[in-house]
Design a protein around this ligand. Structure first.
Ligand SMILES: C[S@@+](CC[C@H](N)C(=O)[O-])C[C@H]1O[C@@H](n2cnc3c(N)ncnc32)[C@H](O)[C@@H]1O
Length: 472
């Protein structure tokens, strides 16, 4: 044992050694030292708090939470333990508890900028954008001009719809030498949200000039360019991203769709999920104003053609619900509509419509495989293009349908024998393959139509709209 008490007073030198180890980055040695210390002084709040902090730094959030909790049992107002406890709860996904702890901490220490900043981040993550703005302003009143907190304020203002101020804050920030790279990302996203795609591209390029080794900047640039069908520009940005981050599956996948490698039958979830998450804020504007999108209307027309006018009786699942356009289109038939989408920001946008019974951010297959619910109608507007091989999805939909249930979806047509990657980084299908797939997965075709669902540039995008009935 390295340490011993002296006339009832602990010898703090062992803790000092552990702190010195921590400061020198020797975290494991520091943990060993504190462990010895706690064997001799199991109730000492300073030792418990130090162990909590080390655990947090080592990514052991549960251990950090427990040691911070033990510290607080001995000293309920231990500020560092409160801060660690909140961070640990946040890391464990319990944002409500983390938020409560920050409130307690700020009650004791209202001049704690880090607590205000963290509280702001929690508010952002839970879509309380005005609260986030207030928290970041409080933090900045304590440490004016702090680059990361200023960046957070810009992001929060953007989410709160205060685009002018957000743009102003971020524009000033990116001029500064200490600007974080994320400031360029946020400014670019807000510029895109306002419909200025070339401006958004230029901001991201300026970020790259400042942070030339940051793969994420290239990734975001590539996504931005993909959304406006700038194929060559996107490819170049994905290549640069892959150069800096060779394990990036998204970049590797997209480049494979362009002939640089082999395209898989099923894409990695993170590619389209990431793309749509990025896309969510300006999705509807872009779809409706720029692409003339009408997938949801095609579904409505098809459902009406086969099922007749809506009488509000059906339990409906909207697969890949996006912002909820399709859920809204099938409302007349719905007793209840559930939605799922693997892009969390899409789910947040869909929630704002207030029409879904349940919304979940997860992959379509995961949802369908684990849900106990049975549906009368499943719809998927403009989703097959991001799924690849549709057979697993169709089988999973079939097993979630009640007897007599229906599945209505659109699928982009292309010059392929069965299905394959099309020109626009979406999978395309042969119409005969879709009917064969329907028969193979337990469906009967009730109706099939072809229509233009959107435009890419001047090119009309033709889809097959299929309404299938579950066979007994
Ligand atoms: C083009 S949007 C269409 C959204 C909506 N259905 C509509 O008509 O507006 C495609 C949506 O499908 C989602 N998506 C694609 N593949 C998915 C998958 N495997 N699991 C869950 N969601 C998926 C995307 O995140 C995106 O929101």
């Amino acid at each position: 044992m390295k340490n011993s008490g002296c006339r009832g007073r602990p010898d703090l030198s062992a803790l000092e050694t552990a702190r010195a180890d921590e400061a020198a980055g020797r975290l494991r040695e520091a943990v060993a030292g504190v462990r010895d210390w706690l064997t001799a002084h199991p109730r000492d709040p300073e030792g418990l708090a130090l162990m909590a902090r080390l655990a947090l730094r080592l990514g052991r959030a549960e251990v950090a939470r427990d040691f911070a909790g033990q510290t607080l049992e001995r000293d309920a107002n231990h500020r560092e333990a409160l801060q660690i406890s909140a961070s640990a709860f946040r890391a464990l996904g319990d944002l409500a508890e983390a938020d409560r702890i920050y409130d307690r901490l700020l009650g004791l220490d209202p001049a704690n900028p880090s607590a205000w900043n963290e509280k702001g981040n929690i508010a952002l993550a839970t879509d309380r954008h005005e609260v986030a703005v207030d928290c970041f302003r409080q933090a900045l009143s304590l440490i004016p001009d702090h680059p990361m907190i200023t960046c957070n304020l810009g992001l929060a203002l953007g989410h709160a719809g205060q685009h002018d101020e957000a743009t102003g804050v971020l524009r000033e920030l990116v001029k500064r030498r200490d600007s974080p790279a994320e400031a360029f990302d946020h400014l670019s996203a807000i510029t895109a949200l306002r419909g200025d795609m070339p401006g958004a591209d230029a901001v991201q390029l300026a970020g790259i000039e400042r942070f030339p080794d940051r793969a994420r900047s290239y990734l975001l640039l590539a996504r931005l360019r993909s959304t406006i069908s700038d194929r060559d520009g996107a490819a170049e940005a994905f290549r640069q991203c892959l150069r800096l981050d060779p394990g990036n599956r998204e970049a590797a996948f997209v480049l494979s769709t362009m002939g640089e490698g082999e395209t898989p039958e099923t894409p990695p979830d993170e590619f389209y999920a990431g793309l749509f998450d990025y896309y969510a804020d300006f999705f509807e504007w872009h779809l409706k104003e720029k692409l003339g999108y009408c997938g949801h209307d095609l579904i409505r027309t098809s459902v009406e053609g086969s099922l007749g006018p809506g009488r509000g009786l059906l339990e409906i699942l909207d697969v890949g619900c996006g912002t909820g356009l399709c859920g809204e289109a099938v409302q007349p038939w719905a007793r209840d509509v559930d939605g799922m989408d693997f892009a969390p920001k899409m789910i947040r946008q869909a929630k704002r419509r207030g029409l879904y019974r349940q919304l979940e951010a997860c992959s379509a297959l995961d949802f369908l495989k684990r849900t106990d619910r049975r549906y009368d109608l499943v719809v998927a507007a403009d989703v097959f293009g991001y799924i690849g091989n549709p057979l697993p999805l169709m089988r999973a939909v079939r097993s979630c349908l009640r007897a007599g249930g229906h599945f209505c979806f659109t699928a982009e047509l292309g010059d392929v024998a069965r299905f394959g990657m099309g020109e626009h980084i979406r999978y395309v299908f042969h119409p005969d393959f879709l009917t064969t797939a329907a028969a193979e997965t337990g469906f009967e075709v009730m109706s099939r139509d072809q229509a233009v669902m959107r435009h890419d540039g001047d090119e009309p995008i033709r889809v097959e709209v299929l309404l299938l009935a579950a066979r007994d």
